[in-house]
Design a protein. Structure first.
Length: 90
C-alpha cells in the first residue's frame, strides 16, 4: 500500500509537507514535497528519494485521470504512482 499524506510542523518545519510511504507518519517514506500551502498533494516537484533532488519524471494524478506522458519515466518509477492511485480507488 502507498499512502500520501500531509504532515504538519509538530516535528519541526523541516518535516512539514507532503509525504508518500507505506503508512501515515511511518519511518519508511519514498517521496517528499515541502509545499505547505496546497490543500491537495502537488502534481510535480517531488523529491524521490525523500532526501534526494527533485525528480522531474515523478508526477502524481488523481485516480482515474490520465497521468502526464513522460518519455523518461520507467515502469519502476511509475509503480509508486500506480499504487497510490489504486489506494485511492479502494
Amino acid at each position: 500500500d502507498v499512502m500520501i499524506y500531509f504532515w504538519d510542523e509538530r516535528d519541526g518545519p523541516s518535516f512539514s509537507g507532503w509525504w508518500l510511504g507505506p503508512k501515515i507518519g511511518g519511518d519508511q517514506v519514498w517521496a517528499y514535497h515541502p509545499d505547505r500551502q496546497t490543500q491537495t498533494p502537488p502534481v510535480s516537484g517531488w523529491k524521490v528519494p525523500y532526501d534526494g533532488p527533485v525528480d522531474p519524471t515523478f508526477v502524481i494524478s488523481k485516480a482515474g485521470a490520465a497521468p502526464a506522458a513522460s518519455p523518461a519515466a520507467s515502469p519502476a518509477q511509475a509503480a509508486p504512482q500506480q499504487q497510490q492511485q489504486q489506494q485511492q480507488q479502494q
